[in-house]
Design a protein around this ligand. Structure first.
Ligand code: SF4
Ligand code: SF4
Length: 300
């Protein structure tokens, strides 16, 4: 029996008022397909590692298409950090023949399913996304689909399903293990205890929420350009694949792993340390006040 492809739609996290309607239209159109199951959830990057969203994602069997407001590379490795693995599907934009030749970019031999990630920011309309999804589904279930008969299909009983999870904006490093060579530079550089080593000796974001809000410093010092901050304004830091090794134009020299970027990273880390110290001052003062109150109560 063929497993139905699951389509995950990640909601937007910003204040763009057009995005909720866009997501609604997209989900409604995709839910009419009998060969897919649509699951909506909050912004992928903000999901808690053990929350309902990630738990639902870990339950998905078979191929998965993830539609998110993120670079596909960032979305794929966010899933990977949550234990959701598969081959990385390269998303076609032209023809079915290209789909077949571009299925696997990142090979994961532990699984035979494919995860396709599409960046919803690339399209202002639902139509082109539907067309791309249809080409992918045509490959993943073994038969091409005809975009022209989309409107004739009956609604499916499966419909769409929404995962409820209360989220907050998060900020943490996402590691691209397709690039990382486990040099541990990031572990030594970060002074906030974000990175750690897993049981197999591999670097991981052990305490992601210890990362300082807005700090992208370790992305700049990673020699493999393997660290992403998906919410950063600079595309190359947010997961744009153009941040390739060997690209030494002026922008990249400033961004990554050069004397310039090392200075910038050290300054960003220093700023993060100062901010942390500032935030902790009132706490220390409160603790001192409490001690004085306690001593008063003891009537020494
Ligand atoms: S610095 Fe980059 S390549 Fe080195 S362990 Fe960290 S993520 Fe991997
Ligand atoms: S961005 Fe800064 S605080 Fe966050 S993991 Fe990297 S070095 Fe640590």
């Amino acid at each position: 029996m063929t497993t139905r492809t699951t389509i995950i739609i990640s909601e937007a996290c910003d204040s763009d008022s057009t995005r909720p309607a866009f997501v609604h239209d997209l989900a409604a159109a995709l839910s009419r397909r009998p060969d897919v199951q649509v699951v909506m959830m909050p912004h992928l990057y903000d999901l808690d590692a053990d929350g309902p969203g990630m738990r639902r994602l870990r339950c998905v069997q078979g191929d998965m298409i993830v539609l998110a407001w993120l670079y596909p590379r960032a979305a794929y490795w966010i899933l990977n950090a949550g234990g959701i693995t598969g081959r990385m599907g390269d998303v076609p934009s032209v023809s079915n023949e290209q789909v077949a030749s571009a299925v696997v970019e990142h090979s994961d031999s532990s699984t035979d399913r494919t995860i396709w990630c599409l960046d919803l920011r690339e399209h202002g309309e639902v139509g082109p996304i539907l067309a791309r999804v249809e080409r992918i589904v045509g490959v993943s279930i073994g038969r091409p689909t005809a975009p022209t008969d989309r409107e004739d299909r009956p609604s499916t009983a499966a419909g769409e399903h929404r995962v409820e999870e209360t989220t907050r904006p998060r900020w943490y490093p996402v590691i691209d293990y397709g690039r990382c060579d486990n040099c541990l530079e990031c572990l030594n550089f970060c002074l906030f205890g974000v990175f750690g080593i897993d049981a197999s000796g591999r670097i991981m974001a052990e305490q992601p929420d210890a990362c300082r809000d807005g700090c992208p410093a370790c992305a700049r010092v990673c020699p493999a350009r393997a660290i992403m901050f998906p919410a950063h304004n600079t595309p190359a830091i947010a997961g744009d694949p153009s941040a390739a090794l060997g690209d030494f134009n002026t922008e990249f020299v400033q961004l990554f792993n050069t004397p310039n970027s090392a200075n910038l990273a050290a300054a960003e880390r220093g700023r993060a340390l100062s901010e942390k110290a500032e935030q902790e001052k009132p706490l220390k003062k409160d603790a001192l006040d409490k001690l004085v109150d306690d001593l008063d109560e003891m009537e020494l």
